[in-house]
Design a protein. Structure first.
Length: 484
């Protein structure tokens, strides 16, 4: 899925989660995406002819940025806002006083930038996010992106004795790789996925967060007796469900089950762990623990209902704190947990969680000033810029740290604690990055959405999803990726 943020509506829309207007957007976006694919395949463009000459590499300028060449930076204008990026641009201009950065922000990433990619005149740095996110698989497959290895091997902004890659959170470098060693994407935000809830509401039920599914059902029954649903979710966009379902599958069956699913291996969806987890989630529907009307709610409506105490649990990512800031009560005590498992026979321990990069930044292969784009990222990956981002938007960054001395919000504090509990048991399913249509429209809407609305059984959903995965595996028009 990459980072797909919601359209900006007040505090709405952060990091990877959204595609607002999803039903329409998913249908409409597929058409320009294909035109983008074919256009990119044939675009000669004149970008390389006007590339800025590289500057001299020095200790203060390790990437050899031309200190007189302009740099253009286009940001997705979503829930994270623009201020954090504008602050980093000021540092760039301070370090290179002869340079003026052309900075702009838009929610229309694809329609704004597709023509420029086709013409060979793209910007130097792009935050490729939102409902109009350009397809990463297409960009990589058509050699439209610059390899960011020079950035990763450059000295970090804060410590010249430490490479940038050595300052990043686990999994960030790997996420930017699609096939082999090159790193095409720098995911800047760091998202914790899981089950989000109000600690106050849980306390009111005199309950602990459930570790086994029997405990989950017992907590939901308690909530039901108090007039509160156990769960809600973005019913119109049910590919939110995997934010807690996928790591549950990994916990129950081991990370190799998720790898097989990502690799589009035959019968991967027929693994017993998948069936056990689908059966468990379907039980929430069968026992009436899903908030009535949930299949008709979008992400904002479901989050609002949850924030108002109509449901106890919601599968989501750490952007939810910022996105729902205007509806979450002051005493809500927002918390996140790794998914509940089945029982003690699970392959991985409780605390196993999905956490990975969000907000994908790219440097186009035909950028005029690729060194400038990478240097802007190097600045953003400093401790100061990371702290600035975390303070302003309630989210962690790819920089492994940046929270010392910051007063963490409840959700952020809970996310940090969840990562600590997980230790090495952090999962990173890749379907949403590698196969966008398969993940959203087919697995999400046609598979999980139908099952959770009670319109198909787990067995029927698994059969349907396996069919979608098999078709994707055989589709020669799709570039296929595998875990290395």
């Amino acid at each position: 899925m990459g980072s797909t943020s919601a359209e900006n509506t007040g505090n709405a829309g952060v990091g990877r989660r959204d595609l607002i207007k999803r039903s329409a957007a998913l249908g409409l976006i597929s058409v320009p995406t294909m035109s983008f694919l074919s256009a990119c395949a044939s675009s000669g463009g004149g970008g390389n002819e006007s590339k800025a000459k590289a500057g001299k590499k020095t200790a203060k300028n390790p990437l050899g940025v031309n200190d007189t060449a302009g740099m253009e930076f286009v940001l997705f204008d979503g829930g994270f806002g623009k201020e954090y990026a504008q602050d980093a641009v000021k540092i760039y201009e301070k370090n290179f006083p002869k340079v003026k950065v052309k900075f702009s922000a838009t929610q229309k990433i694809q329609s704004t930038l597709q023509p420029r990619f086709n013409q060979g005149t793209p910007p130097d740095l792009i935050d490729n996010s939102g409902a109009e996110q350009m397809d990463m698989g297409v960009l990589v497959g058509k050699s439209q992106l610059a390899d960011l290895t020079p950035l990763l091997d450059a000295p970090s902004y804060d410590d010249p004795n430490k490479k940038v890659r050595d300052t990043l959170r686990p999994g960030i470098v790997e996420m930017g790789q699609f096939d082999g060693n090159p790193v095409w994407i720098m995911y800047y935000a760091y998202t914790v996925y899981g089950v989000w809830y109000s600690q106050k509401a849980l306390d009111s039920l005199d309950a602990q967060y459930p570790k086994t599914w029997d405990e989950m059902l017992a907590v939901c029954e308690k909530a039901k007796k108090k007039g509160m649903a156990g769960w809600t979710y973005a019913g119109k966009y049910p590919y939110y469900i995997p934010f807690s379902l996928y790591p549950m599958i990994g916990k129950v069956g081991g990370r190799e089950v998720l790898d097989a699913i990502d690799n589009l291996e035959p019968n991967a969806w027929k693994h017993p762990a998948v069936k056990a987890c689908f059966d468990a989630y379907y039980e929430l529907y069968k026992k009436g623990y899903i908030l009535k009307g949930t299949p008709g709610l979008d992400h904002i409506q479901s989050q609002t209902a949850w924030a108002k105490g109509k449901a106890l649990f919601i599968p989501n990512g750490s952007w939810v704190e910022n996105e729902s800031a205007n509806v979450i009560p002051a005493d809500f005590n927002l918390a996140v947990s790794a998914p509940t498992g089945i029982d003690s026979s699970d392959k991985m321990p409780f605390g196993t969680i999905w956490a990975s990069g969000g907000e994908p930044f790219i440097v186009p292969a035909k950028a005029k000033n690729p060194e400038g784009g990478m240097e802007q990222l190097r600045i953003m990956l400093s401790e100061a810029s990371s702290k600035n981002f975390t303070t302003k938007v309630k989210s962690l960054t790819a920089f492994n740290g940046g929270t010392t001395g910051i007063s963490l919000t409840p959700g952020l504090k809970s996310g940090v604690a969840a990562l600590k509990l997980a230790g090495d048991n952090v999962l990173n399913p890749r379907l949403q990055d590698w196969y966008v249509q398969l993940q959203k429209e087919q697995i999400g809407v046609a598979g999980l959405g139908e099952m959770m609305a009670g319109r198909s059984t787990p067995a029927e959903a698994i059969k349907k999803i396996q069919g979608f995965a098999d078709a994707a595996a055989k589709d020669s028009s799709i570039k296929h990726y595998k875990h290395q």
